[in-house]
Design a protein around this ligand. Structure first.
Ligand code: 5GP
Ligand code: MN
Length: 345
């Protein structure tokens, strides 16, 4: 049995809101991943089948590696078409906010949404959502926002509108946000949801391969180089660090998404329980962290890198040079050592 974990009053409010409008905009976080796109597009497909005019607006482009997700071509991308994004948002009667907990995660899209008078519905699994949403469906213990969209549809009695396309989108988020059903999926209900999604009979193996095991030659070579020549291990701290600078990224013709799963790789080493990846982008240093067990990389990212996320998967945007970001990493190690010494004495 899949339990109705969302409060009935919340579902009732949401039903009234959806029934009362025809133009709905769905938004997700910048640098959208499989869960952000999967959940937004799944909801969009269902709302359209319900007869609504629904559009997904993203702060920036989806990576090439996710072009296969059904509906990606119809996204309204703020950085590509600001005017269109502005128009559909100004026209919206209801806004869904999926897979993010704060307007900081949607970049300049926030400036368009904040002044609007329409209701905002949050569906998300990140810790501590900001107080800017009218309806809050926030479950940090959920595997993914796709799981939550499924639960919302189930409790609203809308699962019959989940077609093959919507199911494919949900599958992508359930798959990618759990690292291929590896973590954040200990709840048996996760597999009941997966089973229900699977009944829509899409090309599961094709989607699995595209989402989990498709890389360009350049991307594979870049990952090989990063592991072979750039991975630093800090055994005393159970830590690994990989740093890629602009020149290295250019050398391998870096495209967005090319280093998506790189940060996980050092966790294959039994002695490593947390891993940090730093990438020098045009205007910032992108930080990605992963961990195993109860070591919280979300705390590390929030405290040191102005970011956040989940216990075992977090990230941040660091404004400063690569050298400064690396110095912060060494500060983290020093602070961990000091905290350990204090605990022992
Ligand atoms: P990734 O390392 O895949 O970019 O991100 C992993 C997780 O960390 C995301 O699901 C998101 O929860 C969180 N995250 C990544 N970047 C940021 C950021 O800049 N700010 C915050 N608050 N969270 C982030
Ligand atoms: Mn997610």
């Amino acid at each position: 049995m899949i339990s109705p974990i969302i409060d009935e009053n919340t579902i009732e409010r949401l039903r009234a809101l959806v029934n009362g409008v025809s133009r709905i905009v769905i938004t997700c976080h910048k640098s959208p991943d499989g869960d952000a796109l999967g959940s937004s597009l799944a909801l969009c497909h269902v709302l359209r089948r319900l007869g609504k005019s629904a559009v997904v607006v993203t702060p920036d482009m989806a990576p090439k590696s996710l072009e296969f997700v059904p509906g990606v071509r119809e996204l309204v991308v703020y950085t590509k078409n600001e005017l269109r994004a502005r128009n559909v948002l100004n026209d919206a009667q209801l806004i869904f906010c999926l897979d993010y907990n704060s307007f900081k995660r949607i970049d300049r899209l926030a400036e368009l949404i904040e002044p609007l008078k329409v209701k905002r519905v949050l569906i998300d699994h990140h810790l501590d959502p900001d107080d800017v949403f009218d309806v809050k469906i926030s479950f940090p213990e959920a595997s993914s926002t796709c799981e939550l969209v499924f639960r919302v549809l189930m409790q609203m009695g809308l699962l019959r509108f989940m077609d093959r396309h919507a199911a494919s989108c949900l599958y992508v988020g359930l798959l990618t946000d759990t690292g291929g059903f590896a973590y954040s999926c200990d709840n048996p209900e996760f597999y009941e949801i997966l089973a229900s999604v699977m009944r829509r009979r899409f090309d599961r193996i094709g989607l699995y391969n595209k989402a989990m095991n498709t890389f360009s030659a350049d991307s594979l070579r870049l990952q090989g180089y990063a592991i072979n020549e750039k991975m630093q291990l800090f055994p005393e701290y159970g830590a690994a660090l990989i740093v890629l600078d602009k020149e290295e990224l250019e050398r391998y013709h870096y495209n967005r998404g090319d280093t998506e799963t790189l940060v996980n790789k050092p966790l294959a080493i039994p002695e490593v329980y947390w891993s940090v990846f730093m990438r020098e982008d045009a205007d910032r240093i992108k930080i990605s962290c992963r961990s195993q067990g109860d070591f919280s990389v979300s705390d590390i990212c929030a405290r040191y890198f102005g970011g956040g996320g989940h216990l075992n998967a977090a990230g941040g945007d660091f404004t400063g040079t690569l050298e400064e970001a690396i110095a912060v990493f060494h500060q983290v190690l020093a602070d961990l050592k000091a905290a350990n010494t204090a605990e022992e004495s």
